[in-house]
Design a protein around this ligand. Structure first.
Ligand code: PMP
Length: 444
């Protein structure tokens, strides 16, 4: 019987679910910024998977740390045993977070981390006797995950609509899409205008019902590396403080060095109340997520009877040893400095493409969280018609050039084709040349 259970060859029809794009080549091995398929073709990973493999593939120091951990133990159930890697990783994350945020809760992915943030906020409100505060305001477009809670705060029609009604419809405000605005406002005024939409929304639903505001400090898959005007960030913080609304930063994509600082919040000196991390923390080596929260929030929840939330595999020693080794690598190899430097170079080279390709409407982002957008008209920023399928086609053309890029057709609440160019933080000048060369061919 076991013979037939394990019978498999590459010709066996797949039993997996496929989303769009059909069956891809099999991944055979990967090292640094490159991935080889089963036929020996070499791809440049221009999107780090889905902005995950931040420190590059096949890092021997991380793999060695994981092997060393495997030689002792890989799992001890959280309610039965503490484990040292989890303590060490929580300690490291606390020292890398804004002052006062020094309580860490582990998860195995981004959606799980976001769920944790929402549930912690709820329990905190209850602990304070503010039981009516249940609504989490978010933005559209936004992406916070695919579990029902994280989906309820996600603002992206194609993902929300099939599941309507959500567990609860959450109030949303527009994400700042200042680059689309054709008015004469200063950048500062524009930032304030978008932030003030939060104030309006809180007033509309009533502050007594407003629990939290969740935002990606820089939009990821949702808006394509959209950065808000600088004035937006502090204004949002002030509004949350005015109304006693918790500020949650979803740094699942932006965190762990991707933008050139450990947290994107650092670019604006921001101190949110709760932070979600994932992707770059496990960096493709292991599923890992984390929530980092203000100590007093956690203490209030613990004092009121404990956080009624948890995941079986969360905080296991193998995952935490991997996460710790990833962070160590980022510092030992000075990868954040490289990210800022190479990110600036790659961004200017992408901007350089605008001369040859009038359909590139915008280049944006920070560090190595970069994107460009394809439009039908650069003056009006009108998108190409959906039927042209630009977002899927360019990815296919790049695939033929053995370059991986990540695309979505949404921006600022409008349809639009954007492409994330987010290679690993170990990218160097020659890789930038290769990316631009392959991208140029694909765009032509
Ligand atoms: N939040 C953000 C900002 C993300 O980009 C993602 C993943 N694209 C998630 C949450 C969900 O993470 P996961 O897919 O690991 O559940």
């Amino acid at each position: 019987a076991s013979q037939s259970i394990f019978n498999w060859s590459p010709e066996t029809p797949s039993h997996l679910f496929y989303q769009t794009g059909g069956r891809r080549p099999f991944i055979a091995r990967a090292e640094g910024v490159y991935i080889w398929d089963h036929q020996g073709r070499r791809f440049l990973d221009g999107s780090s998977g889905a902005m995950v493999s931040n420190i590059g593939h096949g890092n021997t120091r991380v793999l060695d740390a994981m092997r060393a951990q495997m030689n002792t133990t890989t799992f001890g159930y959280r309610l039965h045993f503490e484990n040292e890697p989890a303590e060490r990783l929580a300690s490291a994350l606390s020292s890398l977070s804004p002052k006062g945020l020094d309580r860490v809760f582990f998860a195995s992915g981004g959606s799980e981390a976001v769920e944790s943030c929402i549930k912690l906020a709820r329990q905190y409100a209850i602990a304070k006797g503010e039981t009516k505060r249940t609504q989490v305001i978010s933005r559209f477009p936004s992406y916070h995950g695919s579990t029902f809670g994280a989906l309820a705060v996600t603002g992206y029609g194609p993902l929300n609509d099939p599941f309507a009604p959500m567990i609860r419809e959450m109030p949303k405000i527009p994400a700042p899409t200042a680059y689309l605005d054709r008015d004469n406002l200063s950048d500062e005024a524009r930032g304030h205008r978008y932030a003030d939409m939060l104030r309006d929304k809180i007033e509309e639903i009533g502050a007594e019902n407003a629990l939290a505001f969740i935002m990606e400090p820089i939009g990821g898959a949702s808006t394509g590396a959209l950065v808000a005007p600088d004035s937006y960030y502090q204004r949002v913080r002030d509004i949350c403080d005015d109304y006693g609304v918790l500020l949650i930063y979803d740094e699942v994509m932006t965190g762990v060095g991707r933008t050139g600082t450990f947290l994107a919040a650092e670019h604006w000196n921001q101190s949110p109340d709760i932070i979600a991390l994932s992707k770059g923390l496990g960096a493709g080596y292991i599923p890992l997520g984390a929530m980092i929260a203000r100590r007093d929030i956690v203490e209030a929840v613990v004092a009121s009877g404990g956080f009624m939330h948890g995941y079986t595999y969360a905080g296991n020693p193998l995952a935490c040893a991997a996460g710790l080794a990833v962070i160590r690598e980022i510092f030992d190899a000075d990868l954040m400095t490289n990210t800022a430097r190479i990110g600036a170079l790659l961004k200017s080279r992408l901007e350089g493409l605008m001369a040859e390709f009038p359909f590139i409407g915008d280049v944006r982002g920070k560090g190595l969280l970069l994107a460009f957008e394809i439009v039908g008209n650069r003056e009006t920023m009108a998108p190409l018609p959906k039927e042209q399928n630009a977002f899927a086609k360019l990815v296919e053309y790049a695939y033929e050039e053995q370059l991986i890029v990540y695309s979505r057709r949404t921006r600022g609440g409008y349809e639009g084709d954007h492409f994330l160019v987010c290679p690993p933080m170990v990218t160097d000048e020659t890789h930038v040349d290769e990316i631009i060369d392959k991208l140029t061919k694909s765009l032509r």
